[in-house]
Design a protein around this ligand. Structure first.
Ligand code: NZQ
Ligand code: ZN
Length: 385
């Protein structure tokens, strides 16, 4: 087990009726910027619950934060936050709204050009406006981590930053807010949290039993409850389990003491930036191909995965690994996310642009061994045509 430092300051309020807790969290004299996306929260009653909890506060609204939040949109929110002297940000929505709000929180108190935040991967961030969240789409874990992914639409650059200053102070997770998710987003949430888990699990063994067994429990839960949520959208227990899974999958717990991969995410971000696939759609394509390409290096963990997650005990090692990869692909497809580039009209001709973006972004040594260069990334994508 490797050394690690673990710290997570976000307070979670989980369950029915918890949106009312906003007023216990945000100081009464705060000037609150309420940030949200394209309007789903107005249709499903979440906006009304939030506004009820915000009675008595001075509130400024900023809406229209799009999926894969655009820098061009977020700078408008930063200008508004500065003009209105906002002292608290409340993000209500999915990962895009929360990520965008992290950028707004940091950018609103940063003196220079806010794109510096991305270009320094967050190193230039010395402060941020405090942030609270009401999560409506369990997927990214952004509600309990310090990462954010922002897209500069004009150049198709999708890049991330991290800063302890943008860790949400609190996040409210009411599974009922997820009842209105379209099937596409249920699928995306399940696949994203699944892939967060395996990016921190399917590497090489270091005898770290706690994160390994936690990862296995999260994977089994997604396999069980993902299909239930698709079939029975108002099944509270399934929604609740999926919501806590997605938070746990990327709040820092799973990486304690283990190596991590993240090649799939980095390649996937380029696919989204260039070709506008949803984040989880890219992951379902890339991760099976990474495993096929890295089968030897990941052999022991793939075998552990085959045995403990899919109960595959028969056949040769090769057969068990291949079957585990196949079962993973079948699960993604069952949820609604194809595992081939061709499903989105993409082919071999579209791969060089991904490699060029990886080079441009300095993402030239990916994976737990740092040995996936843009050349290997191209080979990986060829396995997913
Ligand atoms: O904009 P609105 O109208 O709210 O609609 C959204 C959006 O169209 C809709 N939606 C959300 N909650 C809903 C709902 N529709 C009905 N009912 C609800 N309860 O869903 C659509 C997609 O939302 P989005 O926030 O884009 O999805 P997601 O949560 O999957 O976030 C994806 C973004 O997060 C980044 C991704 O790269 C992508 O940009 N990630 C952030 C991470 C992090 N901060 O740690 C890690 C992840 O790996 C990921 O990279
Ligand atoms: Zn992800």
């Amino acid at each position: 087990m490797n050394n690690f430092t673990f710290f997570n300051p976000t307070r979670i309020h989980f369950g029915k009726g918890q949106i009312a807790k906003i007023k216990e969290e945000i100081p009464a004299n705060a000037k609150v910027m309420l940030t949200y996306g394209g309007g789903s929260i107005k249709k499903n009653g979440v906006y009304d619950q939030v506004m009820d909890a915000l009675q008595g506060y001075e509130v400024v609204e900023f809406n229209g934060i799009e999926p894969n939040p655009h820098y061009e949109t977020l700078v408008k929110a930063i200008a508004l936050a500065k003009k209105e002297s906002v002292t608290y940000i409340l993000a209500v929505g999915g990962g895009s709204v929360i990520d965008g709000s992290k950028f707004i929180a940091a950018g609103s108190v940063y003196d220079g050009d806010s794109w510096d935040i991305i270009q320094t991967s967050g190193a230039c961030v010395e402060a941020a406006i405090p942030l609270g969240c009401v999560l409506t789409l369990p997927a990214t874990g952004s509600e309990m981590n310090c990462g954010s992914v922002v897209t500069k639409a004009s150049t198709k650059d999708k890049l991330s930053f991290k800063s302890a200053h943008v860790h949400p102070v609190f996040s409210i997770l009411d599974p009922q807010t997820t009842y209105t998710l379209p099937k596409r987003q249920i699928a995306n949430g399940a696949v994203d949290s699944f892939v967060h888990t395996v990016e921190q699990y399917i590497t090489y063994p270091v005898n770290a039993k706690v994160p390994d067994r936690l990862a296995e429990s999260l994977l089994l839960t997604i396999l069980e409850d993902g299909p239930v949520a698709l079939e029975d959208p108002t099944n509270y227990d399934a929604r609740a389990n999926l919501m806590w899974v997605s938070t746990m999958a990327l709040n820092g717990t799973l990486k304690t003491g283990v190596p991590t991969d993240w090649a799939t995410h980095m390649i996937g971000h380029e696919l989204t930036g260039l070709y506008n696939l949803d984040h989880a759609q890219t992951l379902a394509i890339v991760i099976p191909a990474v495993w096929k390409f890295k089968k030897q290096q990941k052999r022991e963990k793939l075998l552990q995965y085959a045995e403990r997650v899919f109960a595959l005990h028969q056949g040769s090692e090769e057969e068990r690994i291949d079957l585990a990869i196949q079962k993973t692909e079948e699960f993604f497809v069952l949820m609604g996310n194809p595992t081939r580039l061709s499903a989105y009209g993409l082919g071999e001709k579209d791969i060089p642009a991904v490699q060029e973006k990886l080079i441009l972004h300095g993402l030239v040594k990916l994976g737990e061994h740092g040995d996936i260069t843009p050349k290997e990334a191209g080979e990986i994508l060829k396995l997913a045509l």
